[in-house]
Design a protein around this ligand. Sequence first.
Ligand SMILES: Cc1cc2nc3c(=O)[nH]c(=O)nc-3n(C[C@H](O)[C@H](O)[C@H](O)COP(=O)(O)OP(=O)(O)OC[C@H]3O[C@@H](n4cnc5c(N)ncnc54)[C@H](O)[C@@H]3O)c2cc1C
Length: 389
Amino acid sequence: MAGRGNGLGLDADVVVVGAGPAGAAAAIACARSGLRVALLERSRLPRERPGETLHPGVEAPLRELGVLERVLAAGLPRHRGVWVTWDDEPRLVAYGADDSGPWQGFQALRAPFDALLVQRAQELGAAVHERCRALEPVLLDGRVAGVQTSDGMLRSRYVIDAAGAGHWLARRLGVELDRRSPALIARYGYATGSCPERDDAPAIVADAAGWTWTARVGDGVYGWTRLALSQPRGGDAVAPAELGALVPAGRARSADVSWRAMRQAAGPGWVAAGDAAVVLDPASSHGVLRGLMTGRHAGRLVQAVLAGGDERRLSASYGSFVAHWFEHDVRALEELYGRLPEPPAWLALSSRPAARSSAARRSPAAPTSRRRHGHPRHQSARRQGPRGR
Ligand SMILES: Cc1cc2nc3c(=O)[nH]c(=O)nc-3n(C[C@H](O)[C@H](O)[C@H](O)COP(=O)(O)OP(=O)(O)OC[C@H]3O[C@@H](n4cnc5c(N)ncnc54)[C@H](O)[C@@H]3O)c2cc1C
C-alpha cells in the first residue's frame, strides 16, 4: 500500500479512519474539494452497526453530501415522532413541522445506509481500503502526518479519526476524555416477525431502573435497546415483552454508551469526528446525525487548513462546535433522566464539566435542573429542523 507517493512522498492528502457516517461524510467533503482521500475500514464492507432511527435533521446533511435522493429512493420507513412513556401516559412526541409538512425520521438498517455514503465517497475519487486497520498515527515534527496500518504506512497531510467509540486517536495522542456519566452499558438486539403496534413509530418506555427502546428497523425486523442507568455492567440482555413473540435474530449485544467527549477535538494535522469525538447514550438519538455533521465539518476544516487557513483558529472553532453540541445533549439527557420517578444518584454530578475526566476525581454533588421538557429528539427537532433551520 505504501510507497505510491505523489512526488511529495505522500500517499494521500488526507487519511480518514473508519467508514461509518462520520468517516464517509468527511471523505465526501474532502474528495469533493479535490483532495486525495484514503478511507480506511477495518471490517469488510458493508458492515453492521446499531443506530437505525435517524433524526429528521439528517435530511440537510444528506442533501448537502449528495446522497439524499438515493436515501429517499431506498423507500425507508418514515416516522413523525416517538412514542414516549416517561413520567406520564404514553404520548406521541412529534419531531415538529414547517410549511412543507411534518418532519419525519428514517428507519434505516445501517449496513445499506452507510454503504450509500461510502459509495458516494468512492464516486468522488476516495480510495476505500477495506479490512485495513489503523494501528498508530505517524508523528512528524509535532504533527500527525499519516497512519501506520495493518497493510503498511500511509503518509498524508492530515488524518481524520472517525473510527468510532473506541477513541482510536485520543488514546494514542493522550487526549483526555471529559466523562459526564458513570459506566453505562447498553444491551441491544434484534427480532424478526410482526409487531404491528411498533410499525408507525419507535417507542421509549421508562421504568424504575432505566429505559427500553423498540423500533421497526426494516421489513419484518425490529430492534430493541435497553439501558439500566445505575448498573455499571448493564442490566439484563433480554428482549422486551413487546417483542417476546418474535424470533430473536442473533444474540443480544452490549455497547459502552457512557457520556464522554474529547477535551480537544482537533490539533496539528488531525481532527476527530462522530463517536470518536463524542459519545452519548442512544436516548439522545443523535449519533448518526452528529456523525454526518461533524464528519462534514471535519472535512471542511482539513480543506481550509490545506488551503492556507489558520490551523489553530480553525481547530479551536471546530472544537467549540463539538463541545457545544455535547453540552446541549448532556443537558437534554439530564433533564430527561431528572424526570424519572427515581433519578439515578449519579445524575447531579454529570452537570459539572470538570466533574469527571479520564483521570479525574469525583466532585461533590451539585443540584440539577428538574424542569419539564419533552424527549431530547423533540428538543433537537426544534433546534434544527430537517431542512437545516
Ligand atoms: C445500542 C445503540 C443504539 C443506537 N441507536 C441509535 C439511533 O437510534 N440513532 C442514532 O442516530 N444513533 C444511534 N446510536 C449511535 C450510533 O450508532 C453512532 O453514533 C454512529 O454509528 C456513529 O457513527 P461514526 O461514523 O462516528 O462511527 P461508527 O458508525 O461506529 O463507524 C466507525 C467505523 O470505524 C471502524 N474502525 C474502528 N476502528 C478502526 C481502526 N482502527 N481502523 C480502521 N477502521 C476502524 C469501525 O469498524 C466502524 O466501521 C446507537 C448506538 C448504540 C450503541
